[in-house]
Write a protein that binds this ligand. Sequence first.
Ligand SMILES: Cc1cc2nc3c(=O)[nH]c(=O)nc-3n(C[C@H](O)[C@H](O)[C@H](O)COP(=O)(O)O)c2cc1C
Length: 326
Amino acid sequence: MSGSPAAWTRFRHHLITPPLLLAPMAGITHSAFRRLVAHFGGYGALYTEMLPVRMLLAENLQRSPLTKRRLEEGAVMYQLMATDIAPIRAALKRLTAVEPFGIDINLGCPAPMISRKGGGKALFDDLHRLGEVLDTVRTAWSGLLSVKCRLGHETAFWRERFLERLELFTIAGIDALCIHPRFFHEKLKRKARWDLFTWVKSHWRRPLIGNGDMTDATALDLLRTGACDALMIGREAVRRPWIFRELCGNRVEIDYVKVWDDFFGFCLDDFTPDRAIGRIKEFTSHYADNFFFGHELFRRVQSAPDLSTLRKRAHAFLQADPRVRQ
Ligand SMILES: Cc1cc2nc3c(=O)[nH]c(=O)nc-3n(C[C@H](O)[C@H](O)[C@H](O)COP(=O)(O)O)c2cc1C
C-alpha cells in the first residue's frame, strides 16, 4: 500500500481535490450511481457517461438521469460524444443549465456503433475533423476542457500519430488529457500500460490523468512519482463505490446490503421502473465481484423479470452474509 494521494492537483485554475476521478462509463455513471459514490466521497470529480451531442439538444437536462446533477456530487465533468460541429454550440449553451465543472470529449471509445456515427475512435482517427470539433468546443466553452483517449492503433507508427494528436490538443487549448493506455483493438483486454504514462507526460505539458486497471493504493505511486497528475478509476469504483474514500486513507466499514439497497432506491428516484431495471442489473454485475460466489448473485439478478423479483433475489444472496473477496 502506498499512502494517501496528494491533496490536490490543478487543471488550469480549477482545483481537483483530491486528484482522483470517477471514469465515464456508459450505462453506469448516471445520476443514481454518481449519488451513491458521492455518499462515500473521497474523489475530486465525477464524469458522466458519454452524452451524444445531439441528445443534449432534445433532453430536459435538469431532469434526465444522464445529465442532472445534485449538489452533493460536487464537480461533475460532462463527457460529450461529438461527431460533427453543427450541434456543438447550441448543445453547450443548453448544458450550462446544469453547471458543468468541465467538458470532456470522448476520443477513446472503440465500439463499432460509436465509430459508425463518427465518434470516439473515429474522431481520434480523423485529424482534420478532430481539429474542427475541438476548435468549435473551445470557442463555445471557456471553462475546463479535457479529452480522453487511448494510444491509437497498434501500428509501427502509433507513437508519431499519437504525438501529432498531442500537438493538436495543445493548439486547441485542451486543459487536461486523460490517457487509457491500451490500443483500440484491445478493448479492455491485456493490462493497461502504466509504463507509458511517463512517456506521454514527457510530451505533454498540461495535467495528465492516468486511467486503466487501478484497483488499489499501488496506483497512488503514479501520483507520488509524478507519472500522472490525477488518477481515473472505472470498473473498480462500480465494484467498490467507496474506493476513493479508502484511497484517501480512510477505513470504510461496508454494509453490502445497504449499499445495494441505496443504489436500488436512487435508481428508482431517477429512472422509470422499465429503465431502472437494466441499470440495476448492470451495476449488480460489477458489485457481484465483491463476493466469492458472486456469479450466483449475477445469475439470479440477470434473469429477474421485474424489479420486485430482482430485489428479493439480491436480498436473498446479500443477507446470507456472503464471503467477501479482499
Ligand atoms: C461499462 C463501461 C462503459 C464505458 N463507457 C465509457 C464512456 O462512456 N466513455 C469513456 O470515455 N469511456 C468509457 N469506458 C471506459 C472507461 O472510462 C475506462 O477507460 C476503462 O474502463 C478503463 O478503466 P478501468 O480499468 O478503471 O475500468 C467504459 C468502460 C466500461 C467498462
